[in-house]
Every structure is written in C-alpha cells, then in structure tokens.
Design a protein around this ligand. Sequence first.
Ligand SMILES: [Zn+2]
Length: 291
Amino acid sequence: MEEELIGIIGGTGLGEALAEHIIDAEFYDINTPFGRPSTSIMVGRIGQKRVAFLNRHGKGHRFSPSEVPFAANIFSLKKLGVHTVIGSGAIGSLREEIAPGNLIIVDQFIDKTFKRVNSFYRDFGAVHCEMAQPVCGRVREILIDTAQGIDIKTHLKGTYVCMEGPQFSTRAESLMHQSWGADLIGMTAMPEAKLAREAQMCYVLIALASDYDCWKPQEATKNKQTLLKEIIGNLQVATCNCLELVKAVLAGERKLVCDDCHCRNSLELAVWTDQSQIAMADKEKLKVLFE
Ligand SMILES: [Zn+2]
C-alpha cells in the first residue's frame, strides 16, 4: 500500500516553526501553469508520517496575503501527490470566549477577498464546485477527536471571515463581521480552501488566535510596544499548541488520506462546459487536478 503523504501549509506562526520538526527533508522546486509556489516544498517525516510542508508566506514572510500564489501552492502539492492538506493561519478573534493563544478548528468561511486568482478554471470553462461544507468533514473529525484528547484550548468550530487586507478592519467592519455571526477574521484562508476543493483534495484549517479584533477596545493603560509584545507572545503560545495538535494528528492511527472521501471527486458534476468546447491544451495543462 502506498504511504500517505500529508500536505501542511504553515501560515504566520507555524510557517516558521514546523520546518525544525521535519526529519530526512528534501526540497522540491516545482513549476505550475500558475507560476511558482511561495517557496520550495519540504518533503520529509514527522514521526511515522511523510509530510510535504509549504510555508505560505515564503521565506522571511516575503508575500503579503494578497500576493501569496495560492493557485501555484495548491497545484504544486497536488503535483507531488498530496490529497490531504492541513492548513494553519493566524486570526483575530471576534468573540470574547476565543481568547488569544487558543486554537480553532474552522468549519465555515465568508470570503471577502477580491484581488486573488480564485479558480484554476478561468480559461478552461465553467466549473462550479460545491462549497456548502467548505472543509473536509472526515479529516475535521479526526482533528476534533485528537484535540479533545490533549490538553490545549481548542474551539471545535468557527466561522472565518477572510478579508483582502493588508490593513486590518475598521471598528465598524469588525462589529459588522460579528453581526454576520462570524467568529474569526483573517486574510489567508481564501481562496486556498476553494482551490483545494477544485483540486479534489481534503482540506482542513487550524486557526491560531493572536489577539482580539478591534471590536474590543484596548486597555488605555497599555502602550503600543506592550501590545505588540503581547500579540507575539500569544502567537507563540498558539503556535506551540498547533504544533502539538498537528503532531498528535500525524501520530494517530486513523488514515488522513481516503480515496472514497467526497472531497476527492468534487469535479464529478462540476464541469458545466461541454467537453467539446474545452481546448485539448487546457485539459492537458490541468489534468493533475482531475487525477
Ligand atoms: Zn475529504
């Protein structure tokens, strides 16, 4: 039986921290029809599992959220043979009970991005994937069960608003996002989750709370330096927690890759364009995604 290869996309926090935990690492520089990924992909082992690790923001946090080559990132992982992706990213909390340092296993998104390549199929034709359940329910359940077995503060669901940025929200926006029923605000989960679905991959996201979003007035006694130190400290706590959770998931018995998961045939009914109208060259270019 072929060994599982698990894709891990590290955002702010995990992006720098995870690499140190990978052994027998080899680096792959991959080219795709959507350009180059954020950086070379590190393939190695964490415990018994093979992982393909990608630092979303590139070396030295080179890419701002709007500039991250999301399409190239997902395409490269797929090309390497990855079918399951665990993503992570820092967020601001919209809820009192989601405290800085906590983890959240995201179950829903509201996509407010508008400057990013959000589909592989723009030249190909009309391709409409279902997104009602935007993360893989099967792998999410494994994350939830694992999180409940270890002693870290994890919220088992949360709705993530993905904004374009790079500026943070105004207070009016922050209050509006709360009124929408959202729990978290971040800048990187989209279109990553959509592209993973378009690539027929199982995708889950662990969010790391770095601070409260600006709906919550800051204590007037704290100066900017103190606040920044606090945010960095919170992110370090969340990163350690996230590392622990990811390692525990990888060490678990349950299979993270499953050929029968419904994420794995998300294109089955999604292509609306008549096959005769799709250029052979486009079919060839994107065939990795259909495998
Ligand atoms: Zn799945």
